[in-house]
Design a protein around this ligand. Structure first.
Ligand code: UDP
Length: 317
């Protein structure tokens, strides 16, 4: 039985990952400061004998004297633009950088394999489409998204330095937009916003003209990609894109959700936030080749599951 640490374990991706790891018979130590995550997301796991929750901010070193950690998934970081911008921007940079540093030190001490949840935001406003791992990106270093983008870029840099200097067994995944159960209804992501707005009969808020694109990956596929990367051969360090190449305009996503929920709501156009990327689509050739991974859940099917999840929740704005 492996002992696996998941930072950001009460968040959207983290909680889905914890469920999968427990189902597979592992021991899971879930670490979170519950800033954007919530214990509600791991409610069903709390009583499980192989699951431990530790309330901790990864900006501080983590000491786990009585544990022998085999793997670390470093997912801790606010991931939604409204969570990481504004007054929480400095904490976001600190979480990315100090969190990566502290978890890398822990991995080194325990001889654990460590996976970094990096991001498509590494590519910024991409000049290469679709985005391949070899593309270095086009990030505004002083913009409102830079706390997240540059924070994640420094984290990648730290991972590769720990690999080069100390031989730490690293994996770096660049995760593209993901959606599904346990997304927060209040964190302003496009899928959760549109579903909650449509369910409430409110206006659907498209930012900009809605022609910007994203490629949405259902959470089970994303988690499967991360687990495969973690358990791949040692020389596969990445970075590896994990995402669904099915690209869609935001306005078409809005229409799909309105059609499904059928609430006849009005679509309204709002200001586009600054530095909002115009297009985003992963090239997943590498993941297909080395992980034998590609997404299986279509947007239609994934949206259906996500709508069912949100119908059991109260969508508050
Ligand atoms: N977006 C939108 N309406 C919303 C929320 C988001 O049109 O109510 C847009 C947003 O401007 C961006 C896209 O949807 O172009 C994806 O936004 P999200 O925050 O989900 O992800 P990210 O920008 O991090 O890719």
């Amino acid at each position: 039985m492996k002992t696996i640490l998941v930072t950001g374990g009460t968040g959207f991706l983290g909680s889905n990952l914890c469920v999968r790891l427990i189902q597979e018979g592992n021991r899971v130590v879930c670490v979170d400061n519950n800033y954007t995550g919530t214990l509600d997301n791991v409610q069903d796991l709390l009583a499980h004998p192989n699951f431990t929750f530790v309330l901790h901010d990864v900006c501080n070193p983590l000491v786990l004297e009585n544990e022998n950690i085999n793997q670390i998934y470093n997912l801790a970081c606010p991931a939604s633009p409204i969570a990481y911008q504004g007054k929480h921007s400095i904490e976001t940079t600190k979480t990315c950088v100090l969190g990566a540093l502290n978890m890398l030190e822990l991995a080194r001490k325990h001889g654990a394999t460590i996976l970094q949840a990096s991001t498509s935001e590494i590519y910024g406003e991409p000049q290469v489409h679709p985005q391949v791992e070899s593309y270095w990106g086009n990030v505004n270093p002083i913009g409102v998204r830079s706390c997240y983008d540059e924070g994640k870029r420094v984290a990648e840099s730290l991972f590769f330095d720990f690999w080069r200097h100390y031989g730490v067994d690293i994996r770096v995944a660049r995760i593209f937009n993901s959606y599904g159960p346990n997304m927060s209804p209040t964190d302003g992501r496009v899928v959760s916003n549109f579903i909650c707005q449509a369910m409430a009969g409110d206006n659907i808020t498209i930012y900009g003209d809605g022609t910007q694109t994203r490629s949405f990956c259902y959470v089970d596929d994303t988690i499967d990609g991360l687990v495969r990367l973690m358990n791949s051969e040692r020389e596969i360090v990445g970075p590896v894109n994990i995402g669904n190449p099915n690209e869609i305009m935001v306005k078409d996503l809005a229409q799909m959700i309105v059609d499904r929920i059928g609430s006849g709501c009005r679509v309204v156009y709002c200001d586009l936030p600054s530095d909002d990327p115009t297009q985003r689509k992963p090239d997943i050739t590498m993941a297909k080749q080395i992980l034998k991974w590609e997404p299986k859940v279509s947007l239609e099917e994934g949206l259906g599951k996500t709508i069912s999840y949100f119908s059991g929740k109260i969508c508050k704005k």
